[in-house]
Write a protein that binds this ligand. Structure first.
Ligand code: HEM
Length: 154
């Protein structure tokens, strides 16, 4: 099960990044062009939050199945001093959970807001901050924090 979870988590990262970038583009275009907030814009908001929730769920299941995290938890005192374990055991999980909470709040407040301009502005600000946090917390091959492949194979 572990290799499949890691594979799904690696693939879903691209869906999270692509959906956020598209939602930010839609929000920016809507806000600057003073457009009306259409049902398809609302679908973009909803889909972006749903994809983030799927990745969060896979992440939590992975957390309790990963031998890497198992080692981190059972050798906490030594492992916390090693950058790789510190990253996946603490930093990655905290930052990603925080960003998905931000995406959820943004999506829910946007849904309840009545004016179209405010909807676009809320999406623009909330999703951009979440995107920046997620980008920093992804273990890209070029990341100074920790690196993993662009796409995991099974
Ligand atoms: C938007 C949210 C997230 C994104 C984009 C993301 C992305 C990634 C990526 C790209 C990897 C490297 C996969 C590989 O080794 O090929 C990874 C690893 C990992 N992620 Fe996430 N993640 C997110 C949220 C979470 C959450 C919420 C948790 C746990 C609560 C989590 C737990 C883990 C763990 C434990 C690993 C390392 C697993 C291992 O090497 O055994 N992730 N994540």
């Amino acid at each position: 099960m572990y290799p499949w979870l890691l594979f799904a988590h690696s693939v879903c990262r691209w869906l999270v990044v692509a959906s956020l970038l598209y939602a930010i583009f839609v929000a920016l275009r809507g806000y600057t062009g003073r457009r009306s907030f259409s049902p398809s814009n609302d679908l973009v908001r909803h889909a972006t939050a749903t994809i983030a929730h799927v990745q969060l769920t896979i992440g939590f299941v992975l957390y309790f199945n990963s031998p890497f995290i198992l080692y981190f938890r059972s050798h906490f005192r030594e492992a916390i001093q090693q950058p790789g374990y510190l990253f996946f055991g603490v930093i990655h999980i905290l930052l990603m959970t925080l960003s998905v909470v931000l995406i959820t709040i943004t999506s829910s407040v946007t849904k309840r807001t009545t004016t179209d301009q405010r909807k676009f502005l809320l999406m623009l600000i909330g999703f951009t901050i979440a995107f920046i946090i997620i980008f920093i917390a992804i273990p890209w091959p070029f990341s100074p924090l920790s690196h993993r492949p662009y796409l995991r194979t099974i």
